[in-house]
Structure formats: C-alpha cells, structure tokens
Design a protein around this ligand. Structure first.
Ligand code: HEC
Length: 173
C-alpha cells in the first residue's frame, strides 16, 4: 500500500505522541509510588495517632460535660461538634489496630450516642443532656472492652461530677 507523505507524517506523529503519553503515565506512576513510600511511615505510626485521638475525646468530653452542667448551650454545642468531628475523622481513617476495626466501631460507639446529646443541647434540656452523656461514657468504656483494653475506664458522670479516667484496679480485669 502506498500512503501519501502527509499520512505517513501524521501516522508517525501519532506514534510519537502515543509513546510520549505512555512515558508520561509511567513517570506519573513512579512519582505516585514515591509519594506512597514517603507517607507509608505515617500508617505504621497509627497507634500513636489513635491515642492522640483518644486524648482529645477525653478533653472534649470533660469540657462538654462542664458546659452542659453550666447550661451554657452554645458552648456545649461547640464541644459536641468538636467531639463528633474528631470521631468522624477517625472513622474515615479506616484504622485496624491489632486486628480491631477501631474506625468501623466509631459509629455505634460514639457517633450515634452523640446524636442524643445534640438533641438535648438543641432542646436546652439539662436532664436529657446528662442522661445522654452518661450513655456516651458507657459506650466509651464498652468500646475499650471490645478493643481488648478494659482497663481504660471512665467514671459515669453525674450533673456535677465530670467523667474522669479511673486508675484504681478492678477485680475482674
Ligand atoms: C471505637 C472504639 C473506641 C471508642 C468509641 C472510644 N475509644 Fe478510647 N480507645 C480505644 C482504643 C482501641 C484505645 C487504645 C489506643 C492505643 O492502643 O493507642 C483507646 C484509648 C483511650 C485512652 C488512652 C489514651 C490516653 O490518652 O490516655 C483514653 C483516655 C480514651 N481511649 C478515652 C476515650 C473516651 C473518653 C471515649 C469516649 C468519648 C473513647 N475513648 C471512645 C477505642 C475507643
């Protein structure tokens, strides 16, 4: 077959362009691999990250309780949101900690019980607020048991006693 010169020209141009496209793809893959390698140590350091999350839960939970006890509802709404956002962030990270699907456990154990707290804040209902917050702490403790860490326990708050971590030994653990 005899092709006109212009067709040969376009044909080779296409081949060169295609070749360059593949090369660009290869380069992009390579830089993606490098990026994954650069950040993969973050994944190995996840346990540290998890404890950091928990430390903020403890802080936000205490402040949430205090704000509710003072019936300062805008402040309680602020800490409720901080707690909820941090919980959702941990959920999105899809963390498996020693085989425990910690992220998947966030919704039933923290995000859902926090919904009743939010409703109580919106209704400015102190009694429901305290009841809902007690349930949250029951779930915090429950999740620690489920995650094989039953020794991380919090006291169930009352209207004037904020939840606090219990350091005493418990007979059954
Ligand atoms: C999805 C399950 C889960 C939920 C819900 C949960 N935790 Fe934890 N928590 C863990 C796991 C797992 C660890 C151990 C982390 C590690 O191994 O570094 C932990 C560790 C902790 C620690 C020890 C780290 C520290 O800073 O001293 C505290 C405190 C803590 N959690 C508080 C809370 C509080 C308060 C709540 C509720 C508002 C809560 N956690 C809800 C799973 C959970």
């Amino acid at each position: 077959m005899h092709l006109p010169k212009w067709a040969v020209g376009i044909g080779s141009l296409l081949i060169v362009a295609g070749g360059y496209g593949l090369y660009a793809l290869h380069r992009e893959n390579q830089s993606l691999y490098q990026e994954v390698e650069r950040v993969s140590h973050l994944i190995q350091e996840r346990p540290v990250e998890l404890a950091t999350f928990m430390a903020s839960y403890e802080r936000f939970l205490t402040k949430l309780h205090q704000a509710g006890a003072a019936e300062n509802w805008p402040l309680a709404a602020f800490y409720h949101e901080e707690l909820e956002e941090t919980a959702e962030q941990l959920e999105r990270l899809a963390i498996l900690d020693d085989g425990i699907p910690v992220s998947a456990m966030m919704r039933p154990n923290l995000i859902e019980p926090l919904e009743a707290v939010e409703r109580a804040i919106q209704a400015k209902d102190a009694a429901s607020f305290h009841k809902a917050l007690q349930e949250v702490v029951v779930r915090c403790n429950g999740c620690h048991v489920a995650a094989g860490k039953p020794y991380i326990r919090f006291s169930i708050p009352t209207t004037d006693q904020p939840p606090r971590q219990l350091f005493s030994k418990k007979a059954d653990i």
